[in-house]
Structures are given as C-alpha cells and as structure tokens.
Design a protein around this ligand. Structure first.
Ligand SMILES: C=CCOC(=O)Nc1nc2cc3[nH]c(NC)nc3cc2c(=O)[nH]1
Ligand SMILES: [Zn+2]
Length: 376
C-alpha cells in the first residue's frame, strides 16, 4: 500500500464471520478490540475519576480538540506535559479533529477550502481550524491517535452535496497527512465520508487507502439516518476497507448499535450515550434501559442489573439511586455514569470473547434478544 504510516501497530488476532478480534498497539499501551472509548470531552470523563474509568475496563479515552483548543488551549496542555499528564490518564488517548464539534457547538462558522472559521461558544472569540492547525493541536495534546480534519456531511444530503462534501474531506485528509509528524506508537486515522451513496463511499475509501493511514474511521453516520440505514452503509462500505488496519465507527452508539456494527467488521467506537444519559438518570442494562427517576423504582430494593459488577449494582438498590436523583445528589449521576461505562465495557468484553471462541453469532443474537425483553 502506498504511503502507509507505521506509527500504530494493529494485529488481527481472530475473525468470526465479519466480526474481528484484534489489538491496537500505541506508545501508551495496547487496546483490545472491539473496543469502546469513553468520551473525555474537556480532559475529563464527566463525573468519573481516571481510576474509576480504568476500573470499568476502558483502555482508551477520547479527547475533544474543539473544547481543549478553546479552554485551556493546546499550548497550555502542551506546556503541562500533554493530555495524559494533564488529566492523569496513562493509557492511550484518541482525539477528534474538532470539525464535527465546530459544526455542532460553535456559532457563526464559515467553511472554506482553507478550513473552518468560527466563534467560540464560550466567549465569542474568533478561531480558525485548518487541517494543518488541527493536526498541530492534536500533536501538542500528545494524542496517540490523531484524526484528520473532515466535514461530517449532514443527513440527509443529495448525492451532489455528499460528493462535494466528501471530496473536500479527501483534500483535507491529504493535507492532514502531510502535516502529521510521524512517531512510533502514534498514528493518524482517515475518515471515510460519502453519506448513504455506495459509489461515493467507495471513492472515499479508495482515496484514503491511497494516501495511507494507520486506521480508517467511518464518518457521516449516527447523524439521524437510523440504525437500518447505518447498517446498510456499513454492509457496502466495510468490505472495501483494508483488513490489516483498525476500523472506527464514530459516535456509535447504543448497545444494539455496537453489537450490529461489530457483526459488520467495526473495531472501535465512541459515544456520549453512556455518560450523557447516565447523568440524566438513564441506565443501560442487559435487558434494555431503566430511567431511574421513574416512580416505579422508588421502593425497588433490587440492583440496576444483578449481573453487573459495578459499585452501583454491588452496593446500592434502584430505590437508593432513585432517591439520589430525586434529591439532586451528585452521587446519582456519578453512580449511573459508572454503571453505564462498566456495562458498555462488559458488552465489548463479551463480544471479544465470543469472537475468540468462534461463537459470535450465538452470543450476539442472545444479547440482542435480551435487550428486547423489556420490563427491566
Ligand atoms: C470523534 C472522532 C473524530 O471525529 C472527527 O474528527 N470528525 C468526525 N466526527 C464525527 C463524530 C460523530 N458523532 C456522530 N454521532 C453522534 N456522528 C459523527 C460523525 C463524525 C464525522 O463524520 N467526522
Ligand atoms: Zn452496574
């Protein structure tokens, strides 16, 4: 393959159908895949200490370039030794390029061939984000896995809109690659775009593969298209992707999304669902979801999930968690966040083991059936 970077190692240990069991090797340690990455937006996984995050089984965190460039700035984090030291997380970190969050969080932004100009949602200050600047920021953060600056094509988009958006992202991918400083144990991922159009997705995969990246993310999904469409796009995109590099599906998802995407050959995931919804009182459990604020939990002495080894399920009842949320106690969001992240890691560990044992389909379909049992 032309121009392959060698920063990040990837071993494909076993496959079972299209499901893959592998290991991503970085300067800060190994990531067992399929892997779920908790989102650590502003150098913190909200409501969790880094020890707590480690106890859930997470082996890699996601940091957000957009937030960190605005506050405390990449220069400050670099001055303090990089993001690992700044937040006391010594395992791998993946940072996003900022593109997606600029479009979803900032106001008054303009996109040009050069990059994106926007005003901070914090203080209205003006900022420019180009592929070169995004790569430089992620380098200053000492990110193990850097993401190209891309444009997440909005959904829905016409084929013409999706084509021009994807082709801009491909030009930015080349500029990102040219700006990236190669280091052993550090890598750069390209991002496949093309919306729901097979020819555009194929063109994007070919363009990125030709440039050569340590891994390939699948962007432009989990943007309102729905699970069925997302899986259809994976069905015609994944077979075109090289097998010896990790695949990363951004912004995904609920447990059923994770299971279906692992079945279709995805290795890495990130999503705010377990943390964000944990803070609002929604717990993900093996049989579906529980909204702990619902009155029916007020006197329920059972744990959220009897099979869960997390502190919330080991030490507390649903009634107690219900009380904490009703009382607005900060321990409520902490415990539900902890539970959700622990459960998400249990889902990934179960899928990894199932692939190793050659029982993926049996295990995955049993998990999917339980998720629909309801009456949790
Ligand atoms: C986070 C890793 C690096 O991301 C980027 O630098 N760019 C990028 N982020 C995305 C994030 C997404 N979240 C969802 N749903 C919640 N869909 C997403 C799609 C994209 C995308 O197409 N590009
Ligand atoms: Zn639990």
């Amino acid at each position: 393959m032309t121009g392959t970077t060698t920063g990040i190692g990837f071993d494909l240990l076993k496959t079972d159908g299209r499901a893959r069991r592998g290991q991503v090797k970085t300067a800060h340690g190994v990531i067992n895949t399929p892997a779920f990455m908790p989102v650590g937006t502003a150098a913190t996984v909200k409501a969790m200490t880094t020890d707590a995050v480690k106890s859930t089984g997470a082996e890699i965190l996601l940091g957000n370039t957009y937030h960190l460039m605005l506050r405390p700035t990449a220069e400050r984090v670099a001055q303090l030794g990089g993001l690992h030291r700044f937040m006391n997380w010594d395992k791998p970190i993946l940072t996003d390029s900022g593109g997606f969050q600029v479009m979803s969080l900032s106001d008054l932004r303009t996109m040009t061939e050069e990059g994106v100009t926007f005003k901070s949602h914090l203080d209205g200050s003006k900022h420019h984000l180009t592929p070169e600047r995004s790569i430089q920021i992620q380098h200053m953060l000492d990110s193990n896995i850097t993401m190209c600056l891309d444009e997440c094509t909005p959904f829905p988009a016409t084929e013409a809109q999706a084509a021009s958006s994807m082709r801009l992202s491909m030009r930015w991918a080349k500029r990102s690659k040219d700006a990236f400083v190669e280091r052993p144990g550090y890598g750069l991922f390209g991002i496949v775009q093309g919306s729901v159009y097979p020819d555009l997705r194929a063109e994007s995969v070919a363009a990125l593969t030709d440039i050569g990246f340590d891994g390939y993310a699948i962007g432009g999904l989990a943007v309102g298209e729905g699970q069925e469409t997302m899986f259809t796009v994976l069905d015609f995109t994944e077979p075109l992707m090289v097998k010896d590099r990790p695949r990363y599906l951004m912004g995904v998802g609920r447990p059923s999304d994770l299971i279906g995407a692992v079945r279709r050959g995805v290795d890495m995931f990130d999503c705010v669902m377990p943390t964000r919804s944990g803070r609002t009182g929604q717990a993900f459990v093996r049989r579906g979801t529980i909204n702990i604020r619902n009155a029916r939990h007020a006197h329920d002495d059972r744990p959220l999930d009897a099979e869960c080894g997390c502190p919330a399920c080991q030490n507390h009842s649903r009634a107690y968690l219900h009380h904490l949320f009703k009382a607005g106690e900060m321990l409520g969001p902490m415990l539900l966040t902890w539970h959700n992240l622990h459960y998400y890691q249990d889902v990934m560990a179960t899928l990894r083991q199932a692939i190793e044992d050659g029982r993926f389909e049996e295990v995955a379909s049993a998990m999917e059936a339980r998720l629909n049992e309801g009456d949790v």
